[in-house]
Design a protein around this ligand. Structure first.
Ligand code: ASP
Length: 464
């Protein structure tokens, strides 16, 4: 058994869904279980219409709902024979009516509560799973829609519910395995779940990867495929370096560092259930299925290159905090982090000296409040428009001289902060945002002069 998860852009239109059916068909012998996201930007559209309803813009909200219904009907009808169009309309009418009732409730209340956010946003995946299962059947793939809310049982923390694993795993076995043994392809919506009392919840934005990992672990799949619209993990952003290469295999720890520092391919914490159960994850491009993607595995991947990839995260601010009180006072760091924690502002990178601390944040929304509190016991300065450039690779940990090579390569670039994470898989530099592109290019040239063919693909665009 394998789990195949298709993200929003992979199921955004009739053409995209037809491609997905082809991809699933080629894997039938491996007994696929399919997890789908909502079509295209449906989740965002549902959230926006809920906000509009709450803000008194009821007509606009209903107009958005109408056009969302139309989009589903237009795209799915293209894939179904005429005799199924009546069924399609009935399913859509019923769902649209329920969504309209919800919008009306939100409008009456004047508030889009977390519970109604989940109720409304769940419709994206509820619809896509149901309709895509119909399309598969029309294409001759024997499919069965499974309401993921009957499988993924969660706590009641709306908008970011946590799965109750043992119940979810037994439900997964109970609901999915019999279908697979009848040679059916179960199709579930990602992102959604329900509490033990049957109240709809969601796992948080981007939660469909999490669903795939949970289902994979629950049914002991041999592989989880995450189909998206990129070729996988790249040695760096191909927009910055033309000769960027696809990384064929990477460890989970490396992928986690990359994601943390800017690579947007996936959110590794959502893959934990799979990694803990030693299930390899493949990130693949549904537009270019022939490209092999990236395999993410639990164990380290041996590689003759010192690093696997370079990440770049822009929009970062440095906060410099200098103690105005006695030197070496204990509790200085505690007071600092307590303030950031109270303001729910995450800190990415940290460098300390005896009397000062520099750290970076990527969300300045509550920075003014943070600075005000910090100024009670320190001098504070903020530098906006910075970027974190990170080199990531397991070999950094046991190879001397990596930092020297990186610094050598970065000659001419003003490095504002340096940090080697405790995992020792990464070495990060903060540079002015304007220098980030050059820094990535210089590091890529230094560390990927040649590339281990076992681990890296040929560059998509050959170097000139
Ligand atoms: N549809 C949800 C979202 O847009 C979940 C997902 O696609 O992973 O966040």
């Amino acid at each position: 058994m394998i789990v195949m998860k298709f993200g929003g852009s992979s199921v955004e239109s009739a053409v995209a869904i037809e491609r997905v059916a082809g991809i699933v068909r080629r894997e039938l012998a491996r007994k696929p279980v399919v997890v789908v996201s909502a079509m295209g930007k449906t989740t965002q559209r549902l959230l926006t219409m809920g906000e509009k309803a709450a803000a008194g813009q009821r007509d606009q909200a209903f107009e958005m709902l109408r056009s969302l219904g139309e989009m589903h009907e237009r795209e799915i009808a293209r894939l179904l024979p005429a005799e199924k169009h009546g069924d399609l309309r009935r399913i859509l009418d019923c769902h649209v009516r329920e969504m309209a009732d919800l919008l009306q409730e939100v409008a009456d209340l004047g508030e889009f509560t977390a519970k109604s956010v989940d109720a409304l946003s769940s419709y994206g995946e509820r619809l896509s799973a149901r309709l895509i299962a119909m399309v598969f059947t029309a294409f001759g793939i024997e499919a069965a829609h499974v309401d993921a809310r009957c499988v993924v049982i969660t706590d009641s923390r709306h908008k970011a519910a946590a799965p109750l694993y043992s119940q979810t795993y037994s439900r997964a076995k109970e609901k999915i395995l019999p279908l697979v043994s009848q040679n059916k392809v179960p199709v579930l919506g990602g992102f959604i779940g329900s509490t033990e009392d049957g109240v709809t919840t969601t796992l948080g934005r981007g939660g469909s990867d999490f669903t795939a990992a949970i289902i994979g672990a629950g049914i002991a799949a041999v592989e989880i495929q995450i189909w998206t619209d990129v070729d996988g993990v790249m040695t760096c952003d191909p927009k910055l370096v033309r000769e960027a290469r696809r990384v064929k295999t990477i460890s989970f720890a490396e992928a986690a560092e990359l994601a943390y520092f800017g690579a947007k391919v996936l959110h590794p914490s959502t893959l934990l259930p799979a990694i803990e159960n030693n299930i390899p994850i493949l990130v693949l491009n549904s537009r270019r299925p022939e490209i092999g993607g990236t395999r993410i595995v639990s164990d380290a991947v041996s590689c003759s290159n010192l690093i696997k990839a370079i990440s770049c995260k822009r929009g970062v601010s440095i906060v410099n905090i200098r103690s105005t009180r006695m030197l070496m006072a204990h509790g200085f760091l505690y007071r600092i982090f307590e303030i950031f924690s109270r303001a729910e502002t995450a800190v990415d990178m940290l460098a300390t000296s005896e009397v000062s601390v520099s750290l970076t944040i990527d969300d300045p929304a509550r920075l003014a409040e943070v600075c005000q509190a910090l100024r009670e016991f320190s001098e504070v300065s903020v530098e906006d428009n910075q970027a974190i450039v990170c080199i990531v690779g397991d070999n950094i940990r046991h190879t001397p001289g990596v930092a020297a090579r990186a610094f050598g390569a970065l000659q001419g670039v003003n490095i504002r902060m340096i940090s080697q994470g405790a995992s020792m898989l990464n070495l990060g530099f903060v540079v002015a945002a304007g220098d980030a592109e050059k820094a990535v290019q210089l590091l890529h040239r230094e560390f990927f002069r040649s590339a281990d063919p076992e681990v890296f693909d040929e560059p998509a665009v050959p170097a000139i």
